[in-house]
Design a protein around this ligand. Sequence first.
Ligand code: ASP
Length: 309
Amino acid sequence: MTQILVTNSEGRPGVGKTAEMLAAGHGGLDAIEAGIRLVEADTSIRTVGRGGWPNLLGEVELDAAIIDGNTFRSGAVGALKGYLHPISIARAVLERLPHEMLVGEGAARFAHETGAQTADNLIPDSERVWRQWFEEKVSPDDQRKWPNVPLAELCQQAIDPEKGMDTTVFLSLDGRKEIMAGVSTSGWAWKYPGRLGDSPIIGAGCFADSEHGAAACTGAGEMAIRAGTSRAIVLYMKMGLSLEAAVDEAIADLRRLKGGLIQRITLHAIDRDGRHRVVAVNAEEQLTYWLWQEGEAEPHAEPAEIIAL
Ligand code: ASP
């Protein structure tokens, strides 16, 4: 048994497609991109792509990244507005630019240049929930001056309406024994405009190395950024630790974080032998992930391990 695909519960709309493509001999990058596109377009997944929660200003800003574990070429977009498939724009960054990451207006400009499909990503239900928050939490004076008001305090009080729901992350070891990773997200709901989470930051939200393994994080992205968690897991494997021990070591790094946003963070990892581990650190509820291994007709759901910091 060699091939493996790990994706989190949000990967549901795309996991079948990615598994099918891997089983048919497609490379991991193509299979991951195809699966993530289905998640991005599915408005029932409220934390990825169209239907994702907006920032404090009620705008949907999307982040995505994809990395080739053979070459370490990556492509990432951050705070992208108005496009349906950030993962494909990230893939185009990887393939067409001498850069690894584009954000904001530059990312949208490049998306336009590639002919990417535009979309109104704020669905009516997200707008309704955002408006309710606005009316309840923003003072009448600030409502009148909106959006020319300080947001820092509002950002401290923002409550994620979809606690426990995440970025989608896909990790694969394909039939060529190549390891790839891709992630896509609307980021933290009610985030400060322009806030990037871990997802578009290679090494924080995802990393892949065909010689050792891959990792991706969901949940409190600020923690993964501070501890360089995805890169750390793969590097610990490179330095000789088992997959199990590498994830434990990354959790030990997270324990050392003091201050800032400390909440739930879920670590997903695979190694080059097709082993995997998914740990929900600080989870208050049971989380599941999807697993497909070579020879299996279909992906199936598994419970994540839960560890407290
Ligand atoms: N990690 C994502 C971020 O911080 C959010 C999530 O996965 O829930 O943007």
